[in-house]
Design a protein around this ligand. Sequence first.
Ligand SMILES: N[C@@H](CCC(=O)N[C@@H](CS)C(=O)NCC(=O)O)C(=O)O
Length: 231
Amino acid sequence: MLLLQFSTSHYCRKARLALGYKRISYKIENLTPGLHILKVKPLTGLTTLPVLLPQIEGQQQLITRSAAPMAIADSTEIFKFLETYQQEPALFLPNHEQQTEAWMLEDWLDESIGTAARFVYYQFRAGEGKQIDPSVFSQMVIGVVRQQYRINNATVKLAASRLDTALEELSNRWRKSDYLVGSSLSVADIAAAALLSPLALIPQYRQAHPWLFERIVQVHQLCGEPLPPGL
Ligand SMILES: N[C@@H](CCC(=O)N[C@@H](CS)C(=O)NCC(=O)O)C(=O)O
């Protein structure tokens, strides 16, 4: 398998965590933001990464599941593909109601909270956190991302408020149990651990929510994935 990714993307981290949890071996191709569209759009019709290619060119014979699609776009679709590709260890909970709850959390984390974390993170990197990489190149990339997603003081304020609500909800669940839903790792735990990982570099979140970063570390360890920057 080949994972097309941006090396720093928290959505690509989400896909890597799932691959790691299932102990599926894969290769990575890091794409350059902007130029990635030339490769990705013809494959998926979308512009976002991660994209998983189940069959590596020239190695088709190694894939025994003949019905594997050519390219899978979107981290949520990658979860679904991996679960059918290799059932154990299961990412889906055996109880149907609990799995539905895990999907609800996963979708909310994906569509709302992962974006909010991106806004707060790039605001930090452009201001207080500039010294993490003050190079002209890094600041230029941060500037482009801020423009692309319309990250400014007003949108960051709304994102920070959404994150506060998310942290309340996740704290209620993760401080009571090792898992957000049910009694084993699910798509919700992986989504939360990946999509909130950019906050590990921001001192105010580190100080206010130590339990969050303990859980992010635990999920990474379970998935055999190197820890995110700051942890
Ligand atoms: N819901 C998507 C979101 C992925 C996403 O937002 N990826 C960003 C990188 S973090 C991206 O590819 N942005 C480039 C673009 O939109 O052209 C997923 O889960 O895969």
